[in-house]
Design a protein around this ligand. Structure first.
Ligand SMILES: *Cc1c(COP(=O)(O)O)cnc(C)c1O
Length: 371
């Protein structure tokens, strides 16, 4: 015990543990643990980032004016209501700082993104995790649990790590049923990977309501996790609040340059999308063919469930083919995927979609493991 103590809530945070990137003693690893883009960033983004490095002595444009204009043009938005951040993580955190505090509740779903409880506890608010149904956000459950104390509802749509999503009609039913004073934050980090008729990223909801924010990231489809870049589309009053609260230069110049170039390289983005969709479906089909359960539907990853010895299987007749054993086997083949224990899914692994070679390698290894 030292004399200096942080505010209440902070020591309740379990520090976020990112996906592993190395295996001791293995030079070449296949990293499929952090949902990073399958094909790396656009070469044009890399070039723009290097060029920006020549002016590292200059402060960045604190308003991210060019980038916001490009986003506004691409998605037909009001650029004045876009706020950029150092990753969408920063924006989630700013929203919590602005709208929740001690005595308030911050709601999210059972297997929601781990940044939500961190953001809630960081401001001393009470994190409230609401049960899902079939690994999917359960609107009635959320509505039943909401109270006047609910200040923020974080909904990842689609969700990571479950890879499930709510159709637009359900998101609207959620918004309409929540107290008006509860801000609905739609985290659409994987929106670009969803090509389903009933899905909407949340832009129209932001237009239709004054208490909905949508966040997006350059870390996934644009594969720019390393520069930290995200954005939020907000009602005007909320954009104003975030602009007061954020650091004046919260997005670095290389990040802005890389983001602009990535956005402009539509051909590359399309190539990544097509590649990811095709190999997502290939891997999912192959894993189901091995007898595994794959509950995820969309995103640049698959969630795979392994036979669980606890599930009425008292004689351990799964032969030790647990997620933990599979993860160990994959590591012995220099393949890093993500264990899901911290998400309350210890019988699952999450595998990011990578290159064709990486997908064939992970499938072959799992076939060998189960075989
Ligand atoms: C990856 C991810 C993000 C993006 O985080 P950044 O800070 O923008 O890198 C946000 N939400 C979810 C659900 C994610 O999986």
């Amino acid at each position: 015990m030292t004399t200096i103590q942080p505010k209440s809530g902070i020591l309740d945070i379990s520090p976020y543990v990112g996906g592993q990137s190395t295996i001791d003693g293995t030079a070449q690893v296949i990293k499929l643990a952090s949902n990073e883009g399958a094909l790396g960033p656009s070469p044009k983004a890399v070039e723009a980032c290097s060029l920006a490095a020549k002016s590292l002595h200059r402060y960045p444009d604190g308003a991210c004016a060019e980038l916001r204009a490009a986003l506004a043009h691409m998605y037909k938005l009001d650029g004045a209501r876009i706020v950029c951040g150092a990753g969408s993580d920063e924006l989630l955190d700013l929203l919590a700082r602005a709208y929740a505090g001690p005595g308030d509740e911050v709601m999210f779903t059972e297997h929601g993104f781990l940044m939500y409880p961190i953001a809630a506890k960081g401001v001393g608010a009470t994190p409230v995790s609401v049960a899902e149904k079939n690994l999917t956000a359960h609107v009635d459950g959320l509505l039943e649990r909401a109270t006047d104390k609910t200040k923020i509802v974080f909904l990842a749509n689609p969700n990571n790590p479950t890879g499930t999503y709510l159709p637009d009609t359900e998101v609207r039913r959620l918004r309409d049923g929540l107290p008006d004073g509860a801000l609905l934050v739609i985290d659409a980090a994987y929106a670009e990977y969803v090509v389903r008729e009933d899905y909407q990223s949340g832009i129209q909801l932001v237009e239709d309501y004054d208490n909905v924010v949508m966040t997006r990231t350059f870390s996934k489809i644009h594969a720019l996790g390393g520069v930290r870049l995200g954005w939020a589309y907000c009602p005007a009053a909320i954009a104003d609040v975030l602009n007061r609260l954020r650091g004046p230069f919260n997005v670095s110049a290389p990040a802005q340059a890389a983001g602009l170039a990535a956005l402009a390289d539509e051909e590359f983005t399309e190539q990544v999308r097509e590649h990811t969709l095709a190999w997502h479906d290939w891997l999912k089909g192959k894993l189901i063919g091995l007898g595994l359960e794959v509950p995820s539907e969309v995103g640049n990853f698959v969630l795979v469930r392994f036979p669980s010895p606890q599930a009425g299987d008292t004689d351990f007749s799964n032969g030790g083919r647990t997620a933990e054993a599979a993860d160990g086997f994959l590591k012995s083949r220099a393949i890093i995927v993500r264990r899901m224990d911290s998400y309350g899914l210890p019988d699952c692994l999450r595998i990011t979609i990578g290159t064709e070679k990486e997908m064939r390698a992970v499938f072959n290894a799992l076939a060998e493991f189960l075989g």
